[in-house]
Design a protein around this ligand. Sequence first.
Ligand SMILES: [Zn+2]
Length: 302
Amino acid sequence: MLPLVYHPDYSFPFPGEHRFPMEKFSLLHQHLRETGIAHRDNEYRPGRARAALLGQVHCPDYVDAIVSGSLDQKAQRRMGLPWSEGLVRRTCIAPMGTLLTAQLALKQGLACHLAGGTHHAHHDFGSGFCIFNDLAFAANQLLASGAVGKILIFDCDVHQGDGTAAMLAKEPRVYTCSVHCEKNFPVRKMQSDLDVGLPLGMTDRDYLDTVFETLETLLENVQPDLVLYDAGVDVYAQDPLGRLDISLQGIADRDHGVIRRCRDKGIPVATVIGGGYDDDRLALARRHALVIEEAARIAVSM
Ligand SMILES: [Zn+2]
C-alpha cells in the first residue's frame, strides 16, 4: 500500500486571485480520496517543526522572522506570499512532511508527499513562493540520523532548484540534480552538482529521453540510498510559468519512468509535488495527482 503524507493545514484561506494556488493541496487530497488512491489506512500526517529544528538548516534569525512575521518588505516581496498565521503553520509542517515521506520510502520503497518541493528557499531568505527548503531539510535530517549515507535529489520542476543547490553545495553526501528550462526563473542560477538546462518549447520525446538518460547515469554513478524526486508539473505545455511543451501523458510517462528506474535498482523513492500553476485549480490538482497515480501503479507491483 502506497504511503501518502498530507496535512489538512497545507491549504488555508488565501486570496483567490493570487498567482500561488494555495487550494491545490486540499484539492489534490480530495481528488485522491475520490479516486480511492488515498484512504484512512495509507495516510500519514506530519507534525510541525519547531523553530530550533528548522534553524539547523536555515539561518535561525530568518526562521524567527518568518515565524514572528517580522520579515522586512523587500524580503517579503522576494518570497512572494503574504504573511499570515496560516502561512506560518503550513510552512513549518511541510518540511516535516517531506522528511516523513522519505522515512516511509526507506521502510516501504516508495512514498508520496502531497506537497513539498520548495526548492527556491535559500539558507537565509525565501524566494519564488518558497520559504523553507523541505528537500534540504529532509536530506540534512536523514543524514544526521544516519538513516542514509547518500541521497540523490532529482528535481524535474521546470524552474532550477537554486535554493537546494546553494544550501547543499558543501554537502558531498547529497547529490543535487536539476533538469529545468534554462530561460526561466530564477534568472541567476546556482550550481547544482548537475544542471541540465532545457531549451524553450521542448516536447515530450526529447524531454523524456533527456530525463531518463540523466537519471540512469546518476543512479549508476551516485549509487544513492534514497532518491528525493521533485515531480513539478509546471513543465506542462499550458502552465503559465512553464515555457516547455510537455503533454499530460508526457508528465505521467516521466513520473512512471523515474520511479520505475529507481525501484528496478531497489532504490527507495520519496516524491514531492513541486510547482504547478493554473487558474483552473481542479485541473491543476489532477495534474499533480499524476505522479501519485503512477506511484500507486508501481507500488502494487512491488
Ligand atoms: Zn517551478
